[in-house]
Design a protein. Structure first.
Length: 405
């Protein structure tokens, strides 16, 4: 006898559990005898080995894969191709193995009578809550092609924003990493060579040189310990961030980091506003839209503020009143929302809010490089000054003393 996990439906509700049987067909027969319609049945491995669930799980789907998938589904839905045929055809043309496997399971779920949104929801590592909720609304309203079109445009816009940020910070990151590597080489190899030279002459060294020599000796002696502590710091930090309190603390702190924090804040608000517009165009009501926004905002501190807005709207408050109490929007944005509510054009106003934040993000991304470059130059100047005073000045003194003799 083997043990199986099953997911089924009884009286319109989902049920799941474990059951002993000889094979999946045996389990399906037992479930049907109990009035449960089996949906999925998987055998539980009797030799699971080591549980690596505590390790970080990396997403195996690129945004490009989802963009292509959404665009293809929009075209197929617009053409009236049945979902099973659409997914079966896409399996053959899909390159990503993880997505291909998921699509095969989605086909099986569709053939078993599941809704598409339910089938997509079985793969949360691929499709997030916003994706699933937009598809669900599209199904309910018979506008599945519009749902996939909205998702496609949103994913493409998000990808462009990420690429522009990456291009803006690529050069500063390269410079910083190069400087760090140079400092490491100087600290570990160059300074010890000069120590022997200074010891040979027995000259009096300035305080900067003594500090550099002490730092070099400490680094060489405790390098393994320092590396272990650094690795331990990142591991502990990752585990703490997995906890709700730790994640909330980190997400709040990162918004206060100079340069990075304000830019990240505006990017999230631009995304929040754009999701609001897409949800509204997909036919969601206000509470559904805010619920989708809450699920897709990847900063728990701001997500809590969205919860405040959603709860306020659920209690009968206006969107402006709830948004004002959340304290995440600027007064200008609140005025725009107030005008939208008064005129019944909240979707158009949120579209303008999204454009407002996207323009601010665009401006800050353009100014990011010009803002970071002076800081990098100052950092490099300080490092060169320290090295000059700590190494080259004593060498100059030694040379001058030798010429004097």
């Amino acid at each position: 006898m083997a043990k199986f996990n099953y997911i089924g439906r009884a009286d319109g509700e989902r049920v799941d559990g474990e059951m002993d049987g000889t094979n999946p067909e045996h389990i399906a027969a037992q479930l049907q005898s109990q009035g449960i319609v089996p949906l999925t049945i998987h055998e539980i491995s009797q030799n699971p080995g080591i549980n690596w669930g505590f390790l970080p799980r990396f997403k195996q789907i690129k945004v490009d894969d989802l963009i292509v998938f959404s665009r293809q589904m929009a075209a197929l839905s617009r053409s009236g191709v049945p979902l099973v045929r659409a997914f079966t055809g896409l399996i053959d043309s899909t390159v990503n193995s993880t997505l291909k496997k998921a699509m095969g399971q989605i086909v099986a779920d569709l053939q078993a009578g599941h809704d598409l949104s339910v089938a997509l929801g079985e793969h949360p590592h691929i499709f997030d809550q916003f994706f699933i909720k937009v598809v669900r609304v599209g199904e309910e309203m018979g506008r599945l092609e519009d749902a996939f079109t909205q998702i496609f445009h949103y994913l493409e816009s998000s990808k462009i924003t990420r690429q522009r940020i990456a291009n803006a910070v690529r050069y500063p990151i390269f410079v910083v990493m190069t400087v760090i590597m140079a400092i490491g080489v100087v600290n570990y190899y160059v300074i010890p060579a000069f120590v022997q030279l200074f010891a040979k002459f027995g000259s009096q060294l300035p305080i900067t040189t003594k500090i550099l020599i002490a730092t070099s000796q400490y680094t060489r002696e405790y390098a393994p310990l320092l590396l272990a502590l650094l690795v331990m710091f990142f591991i502990v930090g990752w585990f703490v961030r997995q906890k709700p309190v730790g994640r909330l603390f980190w997400d709040r702190v990162i918004l206060k980091i100079p340069l990075v924090g304000p830019l990240l804040h505006r990017i999230i608000l631009a995304r929040l506003s754009r999701i609001f517009v897409l949800g509204s165009r997909s036919g969601m009501n206000l509470v559904q839209i805010l619920s989708a926004v809450e699920a897709t905002v990847n900063n728990r501190f701001l997500a809590q503020r969205v919860v405040t807005i959603r709860l306020g709207v659920s209690r009968g408050e206006s969107l402006v009143q709830a948004a004002q109490r959340s304290q995440i929007f600027k007064p200008l944005v609140l005025q725009m929302l107030a005008v939208g509510e008064e005129t019944g054009q909240i979707e158009q106003m949120m579209d303008e809010v999204a454009q407002f934040y996207e323009q601010e993000v665009d401006y800050e991304i353009k100014a990011l490089s010009s803002t970071i470059e002076p800081v990098l130059l100052l950092f490099l100047a300080v490092m060169v000054l320290v090295l000059a005073m700590g190494i080259f000045l004593p060498l100059w003194d030694l040379g001058a003393g030798g010429l004097g003799r």
